[in-house]
Ligand binder design. Structure first.
Ligand SMILES: Cc1ncc(COP(=O)(O)O)c(C=O)c1O
Length: 400
């Protein structure tokens, strides 16, 4: 009898975490490595939010809470959905978990049966397909093409839907491309979904507030109220509030779905950290100005990286609307040999050689389901980005 479960054998560990660890190991061994792999802002959590966490500790708010979130936090989340998305939810329609990751996982575990299909636009956040597999479902990827800024079209979505489709996962602005769907583009997708009433929508709005150049964020239940009863709108404090380590994510949707997710959480982790929940209340209710300030830095860095990568031989890099990622295409680098003699036949070999020879850690595109590309997270200092892009240019120049 095998010790490990068959389900687990279908799942791979997170490649983004693997790259971050590899870069850290090389750094610890004394190598000069610039890490562009991590998916988190380099900014510190704002002081008012930290103070709310400290206050919670001092006031002894350190006990179990309601399984899927404090009433005060759920109230702040309902207000946020109204304020930012014009969506009306009651606290019974809200679930709070240990990060957006757990929210998504709970929803999939609570709803998927063997054979159920989940449509995932590629390139995708690395965890979606593996979470679907862990929950016993079947991931179905649709490829967003470089020509369409990595976004899928309504026809592609329509063609991918089968009687077995349970969920469509939507993520805009996207990890790993940073691409954002305009209102018209999203409406074209929601029109397709309206024709298929058995398909539910999981909208991962984690990068909502990281939107640039006047890009207007939109979410499916807002664009198409007809989808409200079958949409789970997911968000969290990790990215916009620089709170990745605090582990608070949340979602709103139909009461029965939220109750099912609560059941999963009640028999696994119980409530998310009480202290982090108090900090999240402050994040959602407190001043929001710093988000625009952080975004100024992100736009400056995005522009720097896009310009320098497009100047590298063999690389094409679109300018995305949001998040803190770019997803350059490396078609022009394939079939070549690096300065140290490594054959570059695919994006994994490109990323490995770039790390070993020029000390820049990026995540290869195959991990996100679309090749040949790599993902750069530009949530790091301008100096580090300039140096990293200079090294990428040198690496590409050395390809023969
Ligand atoms: C698209 C997307 N969704 C969800 C998450 C999960 O975020 P967290 O669990 O930190 O809330 C991430 C984090 O990288 C992400 O990129």
């Amino acid at each position: 009898m095998p010790f490990l479960s068959e389900t687990l054998s279908r799942v791979k560990p997170s490649p983004t975490i693997a790259v971050t660890n590899k870069a850290r190991e090389l750094k610890d061994a004394g190598k000069d490595v610039i890490g562009l792999g991590a998916g988190e802002p380099d900014f510190d959590t704002p002081a008012n939010i930290k103070a709310a966490g400290i206050r919670a500790i001092e006031e002894g708010k350190t006990k179990y809470t309601a399984v899927d979130g404090l009433p005060e936090l759920k109230a702040a989340i309902c207000e946020k959905f109204k304020r930012d998305n014009n969506l009306d939810y009651t606290p019974a329609q809200v679930s709070v978990s240990g990060g957006g990751k757990q929210v998504l996982f709970n929803a999939l575990v609570a709803t998927l049966n063997p054979g159920d299909e989940v449509i995932i636009p590629a390139p995708y956040w690395v965890s979606y397909p593996d979470m679907v597999l862990l929950a016993g479902g079947t991931p179905v990827a649709i490829e967003g093409k470089l020509e369409n800024a990595f976004k899928i079209t309504a026809d592609q979505l329509d063609a991918a839907i089968t009687p077995k489709t349970k969920w469509f996962i939507f993520n805009s602005p996207s990890n790993p491309t940073g691409a954002g769907y305009s209102k018209a583009e999203l409406k074209a997708l929601t029109d397709v979904l309206m024709k298929h009433p058995h398909v539910w929508v999981m909208s991962d709005d984690m990068y909502e507030h990281l939107a640039f150049d006047g890009f207007e964020f939109c979410t499916p239940a807002e664009i198409e109220p007809g989808l409200y009863d079958r949409t789970l709108t997911v968000n969290g404090v990790s990215k916009a509030y620089a709170m990745t380590g605090w582990r608070i994510g949340y979602a709103a949707g139909p009461v029965e779905l939220i109750a099912a997710m609560r059941k999963v959480q009640s028999q696994s982790t119980s409530n998310p950290c009480s202290i982090s929940q108090y900090a999240a209340i402050e994040a959602l209710n407190g001043p929001q100005e710093f988000i625009a300030e952080n975004n100024e830095a992100f736009v400056r860095r995005r522009n720097l990286v896009v310009e320098m990568l497009n100047a590298a031989e063999g690389i094409t890099c679109p300018t995305p609307e949001g998040a803190f990622y770019v997803y350059p295409d490396i078609s022009g680098c394939l079939g070549k040999t690096s300065a140290s003699g490594a054959k570059i036949e695919n994006d994994e070999e490109f990323a490995t050689a770039l790390l070993e020879e020029n000390g820049v850690a990026v995540v290869f595109g195959a991990a996100f389901g679309l090749s040949p590309n790599f993902r750069v997270s530009y949530a790091t200092s301008d100096e580090a980005l300039k140096e990293a892009c200079t090294r990428i240019q040198a690496f590409c120049k050395g390809l023969t």
